[in-house]
Design a protein around this ligand. Sequence first.
Ligand SMILES: *Cc1c(COP(=O)(O)O)cnc(C)c1O
Length: 371
Amino acid sequence: MTAALKASGPVPQPGIMDISVYVPGESHVPSGMVPVKLSSNENPLGPSPKAIAAFKKAAESLERYPDGGATELRQAIARVYGLDANRLVCGAGSDELIGILTHAYVGTGDETLFPEHGFLMYKIATMANGGTPITAPEKNLRTDVDALLARVTPRTKLVYLANPNNPTGTYIPFEEVRRLHAGLPKSVILVLDAAYCEYVRRNDYEAGIELVGTSDNVVMMRTFSKIHGLAALRLGWAYCPPGIADVLNRVRGPFNVSAPAIAAGIAAIEDRAHQEAAINHNEKWLPWVTAELEKLDLKVTPSVGNFILIHFPATGAKTAATADTYLKARAIIVRAVGAYKLPHCLRMTIGTEAENRAVVAALTAFMAGPA
Ligand SMILES: *Cc1c(COP(=O)(O)O)cnc(C)c1O
């Protein structure tokens, strides 16, 4: 062995050291204050009480490995949505499913494609596997199907589409999703990340179940972290063509979903009343917060999710960064989205009534302050 080889340390695969570490929504506030945490699009109502009970019950047998196939959970999801359980794969959050799908299909020299303000995990998963992330411009902070299609190359392996998108809160109608799919080569997988689909109240929207069922190259990702209020448990599912489900099952860890997560997930997916309550809460407060902030002359991108993107002036005393600091000093945590190429915006989750009122009051005082 040469001296140089002996002296050099372990070196990770190409691309990995170019990844910017994902910075989660903050949760720290000045000591002694109760945080108003609106930085990660969590459910202000929390999980279903039935899911909490199932989680506690699972604590009685923690010495046992979970069912590696998460069979009962997949069957429960299949029943609720009328799907084939064999085409479902569960993961430790949809983040893990995005990771293993990308690992299975993307390698050095390959490209993935997504809208310019798309979810950060797409870029991270691509680079972790030596791939090259390609972004397509959006129109009015909305996915532009033509711009995506124009960037497909022979190296494109995956197209990720969060619909609705985080952090913009915008969506594209199902006709547009279909047009995107129709324009892709059969060798490219269209990944429909429907993390917020339950919140959408639009006649021209669909999460993508039908498209997965009728094609060989579409996968839909869903999560228990948002509408089900189970972000702490890390649980998500993918609905896949049989061939892709088979691939994911080969690549995933054999016990990638924990027993308490499986138990809570079954209770959550079956508790329609709790999901309805979360939707109704959002239906009430999303328009209220939007309207109140617009009264302050703040632009808010119309959202169909459980969060909003608030635009601040690029210069002067009322920038997004100044507002962020101002809110944080009052224990209100929202999300700076500079990493999403939106440096003049803040993203805010729709919270409880008290939380929403606290944000509006704080931003009212902020905007009334010295110019
Ligand atoms: C929150 C979110 C997810 C869910 O991630 P989990 O790993 O399931 O918690 C997936 N995609 C988008 C766009 C999200 O905003």
